[in-house]
Ligand binder design. Structure first.
Ligand code: KG4
Ligand code: ZN
Length: 341
C-alpha cells in the first residue's frame, strides 16, 4: 500500500483562526477559533483580527494535531490560505505555515480560499462517507466577502462565470441585520428570526444586472429607506415585526441568488448544482435549493454546516488535491489580499 498523505491545513483569511488535519481526503480534526472581539464593533476590525490570529494560531494548530491522533512528523505537507482576504490576517497564517513546514522539512502548498470553499464538498468523514459532486458542476459560492458562480470542471480547474458587482450576499445579510440593530455577524440571526416570519410580508425590488452577475447594494438602500419610513409611522416597527422583516429580507436575497443560478444552469446545461461559503449555512437557501432539485431536475449538493463558514478542513482538502498534482510553492511566497479563482 502506498504511503498515506497527511495534510495540515491553516486558514486565517478573515476572523476565524483554523487548523485541520486531513489524511487521504478524510477529516481527522478541524479546529476553529472564532474571534468574539469584533461583535462590539458591528464588523471585522482588521487590526484586531491580525492580533487575535497571532494569539490563537499556536493553540489552534496544537489542538488540531492532538485531536487528529497523528504525530507531527507524519505530516506530508502544510497547506495554507494565500488569499483572498485581509492582508494582516493572511500574513499570520502564511508566516506560521512557512516556519512550520521549514521546521518539519515538508513542502508548502498555497491555497486559494474560494477554491477551498468549493472543494469542501470533497471532504470525507472519518468513516469514508461523503457526497462529492460530479464534474462538471456549478457552484454558487456565497460568503461575507464574495458571491460567485463557478463552473467547476475538475478538482483544480475553475471558471468564474458570474460574480457580484458590489456587495457580497453575506454582506447583504450582515448590513441588513445592522440596520435592524442586530449584532455582527447578522446573517445567522436573520436566518433564526426568519423561521418565524412571513417571507412575503414586505417586498423589496430585485436589481436588474446583466448576465450572471449580482448586485446587492440597491437592496440594502431600499431596506434602509423602508425601515426609516416605517419607523416614522411607528417607532416600535422593528420590534413588532422583526420576524416578518427578517423573513422578507432573506426571501429577497435568496430570490436574487436563485434567479442567476437558474440562468447559469440553463445556459451551461449543467444540472449538478452546489452551494458553498458562509451563506450556504442559511436554512432558507438550503431549503430553496432542495425545492429546485425537485422542480428543475437538478442534482444538488449542500455542504455540512461545519464546512460552510471559514474552516481549515477546506484548505487541507484543497492541499490534498494539489499534493497529488505536485503543486507546491516556495518559501518566498507572499499573501495576496486579492486573488482570483
Ligand atoms: O465564508 P465565511 O465564513 O467568511 C468569508 O469568507 O466571508 O462567510 C461569512 C458570512 C457572514 O456574512 C455571515 O453573516 C454569513 O456568512 N452567514 C450566514 C449564515 N451563517 C453565516 N448568512 C445567512 N444565514 C446564515 N445561517
Ligand atoms: Zn470564506
Amino acid at each position: 500500500m502506498s504511503k498515506s498523505i497527511i495534510i495540515l491545513g491553516i486558514e486565517s483569511s478573515c476572523d476565524d483562526t483554523s487548523a485541520a488535519i486531513i489524511q487521504d481526503g478524510r477529516i481527522l480534526s478541524n479546529i476553529i477559533g472564532t474571534q468574539k472581539v469584533h461583535e462590539q464593533y458591528g464588523g471585522v476590525v482588521p487590526e484586531l483580527a491580525s492580533r487575535a490570529h497571532q494569539q490563537n494560531i499556536i493553540p489552534v494548530v496544537n489542538q488540531a494535531i492532538k485531536e487528529s491522533g497523528i504525530e507531527k512528523n507524519q505530516i506530508s505537507a502544510v497547506a495554507f490560505t494565500r488569499g483572498p482576504g485581509l492582508l494582516g490576517s493572511l500574513l499570520v497564517g502564511v508566516s506560521f505555515a512557512k516556519s512550520f513546514a521549514l521546521g518539519l522539512g515538508v513542502p508548502l502548498i498555497d491555497v486559494n480560499h474560494m477554491q477551498g470553499h468549493i472543494l469542501a464538498h470533497f471532504i470525507k468523514e472519518k468513516d469514508g462517507s461523503g457526497n462529492p459532486p460530479n464534474f462538471p458542476f456549478l457552484c454558487l459560492t456565497v460568503s461575507g466577502g464574495h458571491t460567485q458562480i463557478v463552473n467547476v470542471k475538475d478538482y483544480l480547474s475553475f471558471e468564474l462565470i458570474g460574480e457580484t458587482i458590489d456587495d457580497a450576499a453575506g454582506e447583504a445579510f450582515d448590513k441588513s441585520a445592522k440596520l435592524l440593530g442586530l449584532p455582527y455577524p447578522g446573517g445567522p440571526l436573520i436566518d433564526k428570526y426568519a423561521k418565524e416570519g412571513n417571507p412575503k410580508a414586505f417586498t423589496f425590488g430585485i436589481p436588474k444586472v446583466d448576465g450572471l452577475n449580482f448586485s446587492f447594494s440597491g437592496l440594502k438602500t431600499s431596506i434602509l429607506y423602508f425601515i426609516q419610513k416605517k419607523i416614522k409611522e411607528d417607532p416600535k416597527f422593528i420590534e413588532n415585526n422583526l420576524a416578518d422583516i427578517c423573513a422578507s429580507i432573506q426571501h429577497s436575497i435568496i430570490n436574487i441568488l436563485m434567479k442567476k443560478i437558474e440562468k447559469a444552469a440553463k445556459e451551461s446545461q449543467i444540472n449538478d448544482i452546489a452551494i458553498a461559503g458562509g451563506v450556504s449555512a442559511n436554512s432558507g437557501l438550503r431549503k430553496r435549493l432542495q425545492e429546485m432539485e425537485q422542480s428543475h431536475q437538478w442534482k444538488t449538493y449542500i455542504p455540512p454546516f461545519s464546512y460552510c463558514t471559514d474552516n481549515a478542513a477546506m484548505i487541507a482538502i484543497t492541499g490534498y488535491y494539489k499534493f497529488i498534482n505536485n503543486e507546491f510553492c516556495s518559501q518566498s511566497i507572499t499573501p495576496q489580499a486579492r486573488l482570483s479563482i
